[in-house]
Design a protein around this ligand. Structure first.
Ligand SMILES: Cc1ncc(COP(=O)(O)O)c(C=O)c1O
Length: 461
């Protein structure tokens, strides 16, 4: 259970109130009905911090002042190192989440920290009104590494911003502008996205995120958005029409439950986009930057299936906020001075960090290690599936963006894993999502899988 900021100062859950370790036995012994639970909780090696712990006290002091947009579990993280996070109560957690597919080089990676500190002492920000050495270096590096990887063959230029939502927002605007230049009537303005997609929380990117949970509180959405079914090739002629200016798609849907777009679908989609003169926009914010074992998830696809717009963020700064849009000349040529802008986007500090991160994530050795690590995960998942066939129904994903489809809500397993020292997150409907750092060792992966198995076992009681 989570500390819920929305419940205010005294808000603690039953789980958070529970005393840790051996003390828990005394606590629960007051009620004979809870004797079994007491024994189980006493055996948990990493119990969630209690209300009276330093973490509990800090949360109570801070939560009322934080707009309650998230429901968080009790630990307060104060330090990260490689594959591990440490909380205020000095508990250690193996991290299968990497800050939601962000810390691909691990927490507090030494080289990233060095570069960050060096640039912080040189030039942090001077605004987009002037040139600096790093915005252009990163813009070119993204284009070069994309082409070298076999991805987006006609990548030409980049726009640097601060987040994934902003990158998609820029991509949506660029597509609308490109269509308006081609057809000034404005008739070509529709944007197509797919069920279970997640493209962000700003109004444009949210309008392409057809999840009622996210959209309903903020309706109406931006006009002109249509929704299709991922991997439904037959529906494409009706879905993508002369009125379509852009189709935005994640080659692997992350938040939506780790759902992989088939090659056949992406090829057919690209073909249809070309037929009607629509821009194809791949959102690789979660699945890109070597997470699948290729630099981009689409890098292995033939040219015909390459995008006109490619968005990235998350791992781009290994935790430092940054996003980017890569476009071909067809799109770049239609964008004029003043069409779009950002105060912070492309500042030398973020770009210097991203240059270092991209150079390292583009490494072929790292990419083949990702593929080997995928197999280690899959072996662990297969073991789980065999032990708990009624629970594990499917394994999806590629490289180190993997989903374990369960037949029940994974919340209890997530808590049981955390209380055994492992952080995992969910996605979509009853999916456990695995997006660890790409440099996590095979031993750490095996250690995490063993904890996961113990957590699942504990929740079967
Ligand atoms: C595929 C995808 N696109 C866009 C976003 C939005 O990125 P951000 O949260 O940086 O705005 C996310 C975030 O989870 C994502 O996974």
């Amino acid at each position: 259970m989570a500390f819920r900021a929305s419940l205010g100062r005294a808000a603690v859950t039953a789980a958070a109130r529970r005393p840790a370790g051996l003390a828990v036995a005394r606590f629960y012994s007051q009620t004979s009905a809870a004797a079994a639970a007491a024994a189980a909780a006493a055996a948990v090696p990493n119990p969630d911090p209690t209300e009276d712990s330093p973490s509990g006290k800090l949360v109570r002091a801070h939560a009322p002042f934080m707009v309650a947009t998230y429901s968080r579990p009790p630990p307060v993280f104060v330090k990260g190192e490689g594959s591990y996070l440490y909380d205020l109560d000095n508990r250690k957690y193996l991290d299968f989440t990497a800050g939601i597919a962000v810390n691909s080089l691990g927490h507090c990676d030494a080289e990233t920290t060095r570069v960050l500190a060096e640039q912080a002492g040189t030039l942090v920000h001077a605004s987009n009104l002037y040139y600096n050495p790093w915005t252009g270096t990163l813009s070119k590096l993204l284009v070069d590494k994309t082409k070298e990887s076999g991805g987006m063959w006609d990548a030409a230029a980049s726009f640097i911003c601060n987040s994934g939502s902003e990158a998609n927002e820029a991509g949506i605007k660029f597509a609308r502008k490109a269509a308006k230049v081609a057809d000034p009537s404005g008739a070509k303005h529709e944007i197509v996205s797919f069920k279970n997609a997640f493209h962000g929380r700003t109004m444009g990117s949210l309008s392409a995120t057809p999840n009622p949970k996210y959209q309903a509180p903020f309706a109406p959405m931006v006009p002109g958005f249509r929704v299709g079914e991922l991997n439904n090739v037959e529906a494409l002629p009706e879905l993508v029409t002369e009125a379509t200016c852009s189709v935005i798609v994640e080659p692997i849907q992350g938040e939506g439950g780790v759902r992989v777009a088939t090659d056949e679908f992406l090829l057919a989609l690209a073909r249809r986009c070309r037929e009607v003169g629509a821009v194809l926009h791949y959102d690789e914010i979660q699945c890109g930057l070597s997470r699948t074992g290729g630099f981009w998830a689409h890098s292995r696809l033939p040219r015909e299936a390459h995008p006109d717009i490619l968005t990235t963020a998350k791992a781009l700064g290994n935790g430092f906020p940054i996003g980017a849009v890569i476009v071909n000349a067809k799109v770049a040529g239609k964008i004029k001075v003043g069409d779009h802008g950002t105060t912070f986007g492309g500042n030398p500090l973020a770009c210097r960090v991203a240059v270092s991160v991209v150079e390292r994530l583009a490494d072929a050795g790292l990419q083949s290690a990702v593929k080997a690590k995928e197999q280690t995960f899959r072996q662990g998942f297969e073991r789980l599936r065999q032990r708990f066939p009624e629970l594990v129904s499917e394994v999806r994903g590629k490289g180190l963006i993997l989903g374990l489809q369960l037949t029940e809500d994974p919340a209890k397993i997530v808590t049981a894993a955390r209380e055994r020292g492992l952080l995992v997150i969910t996605a979509g409907e009853n999916t456990l999502r695995f997006v660890p750092s790409l440099v996590m060792s095979e031993d750490e992966i095996r250690e995490g899988l063993a904890i996961l198995e113990a957590a699942v076992e504990a929740t079967r009681a």
